[in-house]
Every structure is written in C-alpha cells, then in structure tokens.
Design a protein around this ligand. Structure first.
Ligand code: HEC
Ligand code: HEC
Ligand code: HEC
Ligand code: HEC
Length: 166
C-alpha cells in the first residue's frame, strides 16, 4: 500500500513541473508577441521599418551652407575672415529652429555675451598651443576694455573678428 502512495506523489511532482514549464513557455511567447515589433527578423536581427522611420525624421541642423541663401552678406563676411572655418550653427541655433518649409518661422536668438567667445577662446591648459586664446582679464587690461556681459563685441565684430577692430 505504502509504495503506491509514494508513486502517486512522484507523478504529481512531475505534472506540476510540466505545468509550470508550460506556463512559462506561454508567458515567454506572449511577451515576445507583445514586445517584438513588426518586421523584426524578416531579413536578420533588425527591424525592417527602421530605415524608413529614420528617413522621416526632420534634420535639426542645416547643411554647411544652409544659411547662405537668405543671408548672403553674413555668409560672405564670415567665409572671407578669421571665422571662415566655423559653421554658422556653432554660434547660432540650429537651422530648423528658425526656418520651416524654406521660410523663416521664428527669430533667431543671438548670443552676444562674452561667454560665446570664451567657449572657444578662453585660455585653457588643454587647448592646442597655436590656437588663438586669451586670458580674459589680461586681454581686456592690455587692450583697454571695460568688462561687461557683451564686452568682446565692443572691439571685435563676431563674423570677422580681426577686421575693423573697433
Ligand atoms: C563666432 C560666432 C558666429 C559665427 C560663426 C556666425 N555668427 Fe552670426 N552673429 C554672431 C553674433 C555674436 C551676432 C550679433 C552681432 C552683433 O549684434 O553685433 C551675429 C549676428 C548675425 C546676424 C544678424 C545681423 C547681423 O549681421 O548682425 C545674422 C543674420 C547672422 N549672424 C548670420 C550668420 C550666418 C549666416 C553665419 C554663417 C555664415 C554666421 N552668422 C556665423 C555670431 C556668429
Ligand atoms: C529661408 C530663409 C532663411 C534661412 C535659410 C535662414 N534665415 Fe535667418 N533670417 C531670415 C529672415 C527673413 C530674417 C529676418 C529678416 C532679417 O533680419 O534679415 C532672419 C533673421 C536672422 C537673424 C537676426 C535675428 C532675427 O531672427 O531677426 C539671425 C541671427 C539669423 N537670421 C541667423 C540665421 C542662421 C544662423 C541661419 C542658418 C542656420 C539662418 N538664419 C538661415 C531668413 C532665413
Ligand atoms: C566655435 C568656436 C568659436 C567661437 C564661439 C568663436 N571663435 Fe573666434 N575663432 C575660432 C577659430 C576656429 C578661429 C580660427 C583660428 C585659427 O585660425 O587658428 C578663430 C579666430 C578668431 C580670431 C582671430 C585670431 C587670430 O589671431 O587669427 C579672433 C580675434 C576671434 N576668433 C575672436 C572671437 C570673438 C570675439 C568671438 C565671440 C564673438 C569668437 N571669436 C567666437 C573659433 C571660435
Ligand atoms: C578694447 C578692445 C578689445 C576687447 C574689449 C576685446 N579685444 Fe580681443 N583683441 C583686441 C585687439 C586690438 C586684438 C589684436 C591684438 C593683436 O593683433 O596683437 C585682439 C585679439 C584677440 C584675439 C587673438 C589673440 C591671438 O593671440 O591671436 C582673441 C582670441 C581675442 N582678441 C579674443 C577676445 C575675447 C574673447 C574678448 C572678450 C572677452 C575680447 N577679445 C575683447 C581688442 C579687444
């Protein structure tokens, strides 16, 4: 008698394990079904629609000459002077904030503060030796400038900083 009871108990364990494994398998497939996006694995380990989705995102920045069409004078001034290698967007905001469908949508805020210039020209240990950089206090003292938030523009034109020093 005792032996039969033991046998029953063992098969119960096996059934429980099988049921749990079965449930786990169902959960795994259900989660996969919900989480894996359409097109995944069609051609490999990526989602087929991803490329089309990326193409639809509007670029934030313009091309290198994205401002030229509407601001030819500023373009000319920058390209023929010491800031020729800079993109307009390294000092101004990205094109897409300012222009939509080829027309101006919002004004372009202009940072006139000394911090704009200091970002690239403040003397810092790590900058390459040959790059033009100044210790701001010393520079102002030497040139006879009075510190204020827009002090650099008192003497330098932003687009052509060594031309027509004021
Ligand atoms: C080194 C930073 C810097 C770069 C690079 C730069 N700008 Fe400017 N820009 C300024 C600052 C600062 C002003 C505000 C000048 C002022 O008020 O005296 C300004 C003013 C302007 C203005 C207002 C009108 C004017 O001439 O003052 C326009 C338009 C403009 N920039 C367009 C451009 C375009 C287009 C480019 C690229 C070809 C460009 N900027 C590159 C810093 C820059
Ligand atoms: C589709 C034409 C167009 C393009 C492209 C364009 N702008 Fe403008 N922008 C304008 C117009 C229009 C004005 C207002 C009239 C003016 O000041 O000449 C203006 C004004 C400005 C001003 C003066 C501040 C203001 O908003 O009134 C700045 C600075 C400026 N733009 C910078 C830029 C920069 C930098 C780019 C490239 C990233 C750029 N713009 C690209 C049309 C354009
Ligand atoms: C995004 C970085 C950047 C910003 C912001 C910037 N500049 Fe420049 N500046 C440069 C680069 C790059 C050069 C060219 C350096 C070279 O020729 O080796 C340059 C050159 C110059 C020069 C000529 C130095 C020389 O001896 O040839 C002056 C002066 C100058 N900038 C002043 C300014 C002023 C003033 C401002 C703020 C209105 C400013 N810069 C903002 C990057 C910047
Ligand atoms: C009172 C006028 C004046 C003011 C204000 C001024 N500068 Fe200058 N800066 C000059 C003059 C003049 C030169 C040219 C010096 C030379 O050729 O030796 C110059 C040269 C420079 C140079 C080139 C240095 C080099 O070694 O090639 C940089 C960079 C510069 N200034 C950045 C700035 C910055 C950033 C500010 C704002 C914090 C500023 N300047 C404010 C007059 C001024």
């Amino acid at each position: 008698m005792g032996e039969t009871v033991k046998k029953e108990r063992h098969t119960k364990h096996v059934y429980r394990v099988l049921i749990i494994l079965g449930l786990m398998t169902i959960v795994v497939f259900a989660v996969r079904y919900v989480l894996i996006p359409e097109g995944w694995g069609e051609y490999g380990n990526f989602r087929t629609g991803a490329v089309a989705d990326m193409l639809e995102i509007e670029p934030v920045h313009g091309r290198w000459d994205g401002c030229k069409k509407c601001h030819p004078d500023q373009w000319e001034a920058v390209r023929t002077a010491d800031h020729a290698t800079l993109s307009c967007e390294s000092c101004h905001e990205p094109l897409s904030f300012h222009v939509e469908n080829g027309r101006r949508k919002t004004p372009m805020p202009t940072d006139r503060s000394y911090k704009l210039c200091a970002r690239c020209h403040r003397r810092i240990q790590g900058r390459p030796e040959g790059f033009p950089q100044v210790k701001i206090d010393d520079h102002l003292e030497e040139m006879g400038g009075e510190f204020g938030p827009e002090v650099c523009l008192d003497c330098h034109a932003s687009h052509a900083p060594l031309e027509g020093l004021r």
